[in-house]
Write a new protein. Structure first.
Length: 128
């Protein structure tokens, strides 16, 4: 007579559980981008996070972009972004996706930090 619901040990179940928990999602991260410029790096998300791309308009016409990892509960929402005086500067819509590096802009290559630095130095020298 058995008092408990007991299932025999299955090594395949353990293997699948370990693989699933060990494989974290990798996303592009861009703290803030203006227009088409968004300097990205790769970031490994925490458990319960998805990749996201955020799009907003500042002052009604300047495109603002963000990318990174976001808690599932905050996905596919539009939020006001406030600075200092609690005045809304722009609204940001964050859309999530769930595969590695899925938050890259379609058809456009990501701009590496080295390329962004070289470009900034070049433009800076032209302006001086």
């Amino acid at each position: 007579m058995c008092c408990c619901n007991w299932a025999p040990f299955n090594p395949e179940t353990l293997k699948i559980t370990r693989l699933t928990s060990a494989q974290a999602l990798v996303c592009y991260q861009c703290t803030i981008g203006i227009g088409s410029l968004c300097v990205t790096s790769e970031k490994t998300c925490a458990s319960g996070e998805l990749c996201y791309s955020g799009v907003g308009k500042a002052i009604g016409f300047v495109d603002i972009k963000m990318k990174g990892c976001l808690a599932v509960a905050n996905c596919n929402k539009t939020e006001d972004v406030d600075f200092g005086t609690n005045k809304t500067v722009y609204k940001m819509t964050k859309t999530c996706c769930n595969t590695n590096l899925c938050n890259a802009a379609p058809g456009t290559p990501t701009l590496t930090l080295a390329l962004a630095t070289i470009s900034a130095v070049f433009v800076g020298n032209l302006l001086v």
